[in-house]
Write a protein that binds this ligand. Sequence first.
Ligand SMILES: Nc1ncnc2c1ncn2[C@@H]1O[C@H](COP(=O)(O)OP(=O)(O)OP(=O)(O)O)[C@@H](O)[C@H]1O
Length: 389
Amino acid sequence: MTALDHEVVLEAEALTKHFPVRARGRAALSRVPKVVHAVDDVSLSLRKGRVTALVGESGSGKSTVARLLAQLYPRTGGDIRIDGVSTAVKGGRQFKAYARRVQLIFQDPFASLNPVHTVRHHLTRALKIHGRYEGEQSLTELLGRVQLTPASLYLDKYPHELSGGQRQRVSIARALAADPEALLADEPVSMLDVSIRLGVLNLLADLKNRLNLAVLYITHDIASARYFADETLVMYAGRMVEGGDSETVTQRPAHPYTHLLVHSAPDPERVRGATEPIDEEDSGEPPSLIDPPSGCRFHPRCPKAMEVCRVRVPERTLVGDAPDHWVACWLFGDEGGENETTALVGKAGDVGEVAEDGDDAELEPMTTVAGLETTSAEPEAPELEGAEP
Ligand SMILES: Nc1ncnc2c1ncn2[C@@H]1O[C@H](COP(=O)(O)OP(=O)(O)OP(=O)(O)O)[C@@H](O)[C@H]1O
């Protein structure tokens, strides 16, 4: 069964978000206002009963995609469809109806739970907002879904009385109170102790199976995407560069950037054929998104860049080794100097190697694959009747 056999719940087409930049000095006199190209031309589909990982380094636009999909930000361009119907939520009732179907979980459960309210208060309120409160039993059921049992142990606790993992489980329970079709999890475990991350990821995987949820899992950690997500999408500097089933993308990456991400991520199963560690001193930097590089945005860091990469944005091309594996890279396009047999595709377990040229030592590692902070404050949700203060 391939990804295409699963029903699409939520999809984005050519999604674009530009944030205006306040110009100072001479720049303020310019007629063309500057913008941050946070997300450009991003298309993706979230499917029932599937986890889709969105992977990329800090500032690549992952959180902005999640917030656009949650309709917390208006989009600059493109379309968002839920069950095939285009939606552009303006606020109020429309937002409430949309939030019933699409829920977002943030990385910091401490910040997203109100410290002066108990678990009971948070869950009751969420259930009431979505018209699903049926007394104590609905609270018990919700906590049961996130494996916080017996419920009586947790219901009257305040957020500070819970561990990080328990707080994130309460945030997930609150999201489930809406009985959503899609769950957008923005770095759901990055603020948790390493020892409890797996438990929360397994919980999300379990919910995907039991509730047939479509889950978007945003992460810096491509190794976790391999184990936890059915499909993996890779973003670089606001654009999507590669996608396909997780095993293929992480074990036979096609895009030089994905290759770099995989190479930089610790993955205990990837020792066979792994290349020498890359010198941290030699790290490359992601570009400014106010004035992003022309053509392929990765070309200034790419050891395989060709002339065409500097001038034209590569389109999605099927890689050919797996049915849903695509890449946006000129190495794979008609104008590329190579094709899939000579590019970065290696054999499974051999992700660190460049198949023929052997020049991956020129690839610059990211210094920012793990342990990152969000660059922007959590956005305010549009106002809801009876919503959290
Ligand atoms: N509200 C905003 N106003 C202006 N620029 C923003 C805003 N939110 C995000 N950006 C910019 O958009 C770009 C993408 O940010 P985003 O937070 O989506 O990336 P990310 O991949 O989620 O990063 P991280 O992993 O650090 O959260 C960054 O350059 C960021 O500075």
